[in-house]
Design a protein around this ligand. Structure first.
Ligand code: VGL
Ligand code: ZN
Length: 204
């Protein structure tokens, strides 16, 4: 299966319990993700990687609360607690993650004025990260996505993967969600309608 890659999204300390933007149960997926890594032919990781004072941080917008939304030139943007600041402990991969096999780490969210949920495009849905080209040039046409968070970085990555022509599966049992105002259900529906295959081997 040399044409298939496992893409592990943002399995970083700040998205795990105790982190700045903790996703409930975020650390629970580490053993399963490690198992998938062990069996994968190609492994790519993403790393949320923000400069201090990033425009997606509520703290950069006087008076704004975390988890509120604002309009940015590229569209609506949820504001987050400061998280995954470049080089901080919170930006490190979870210490239990078996990341050494990864062939590529895609860092995203490093431009001060734009957030990047997707592994493929920034939140303007136009600026590429280079991942689609990297995979295609290597003959990879199938991706499986796992990681954090189901309803943000995993979902937007999966939607873009389909748009870029990849056969795309999300292993929901190896993901956990933030769930803001029903965002998990909403994004599952969007992914399903877009042709993302949603698999959950705990409920099979
Ligand atoms: C993420 C919010 C902000 C994610 C990253 O990895 O899902 N969510 N930055
Ligand atoms: Zn972020």
């Amino acid at each position: 299966m040399a044409d298939e890659a496992l893409v592990v999204i943002d399995l970083q300390n700040d998205f795990c319990p105790g982190g700045a933007l903790a996703v409930a149960g975020g650390d629970e997926i580490v053993p399963l993700v490690n198992d998938l890594i062990r069996h994968a032919e190609h492994v790519v990781l993403t790393q949320d990687w923000h400069p201090a004072g990033h425009s997606s941080f509520a703290s950069s917008h006087p008076g704004a609360q975390p988890f509120s939304a604002i309009d940015m030139p590229y569209g609506p943007q949820t504001l987050w607690p400061d998280h995954c600041i470049q080089g901080s402990l919170g930006s490190d991969f979870h210490s239990g993650l078996a990341w050494t096999k990864a062939e590529l780490v895609i860092r995203k969210g490093f431009r001060p004025d734009i957030d990047s949920y997707s592994a493929f495009f920034e939140n303007d849905h136009k600026t590429p990260t280079g991942l689609a080209g990297y995979l295609k040039e290597r003959g990879i046409d199938t991706v499986t996505l796992v990681g954090l968070a189901t309803d943000f970085c995993v979902a937007f990555s999966a939607l873009d993967a389909v748009k870029q022509g990849f056969k795309t599966t999300v292993r929901l049992d190896a993901c956990r969600g933030i769930d803001l105002n029903g965002s998990v259900e909403a994004m599952l529906k969007r992914m399903r309608e877009a042709g993302v295959m949603l698999e959950d081997q705990t409920s099979d």
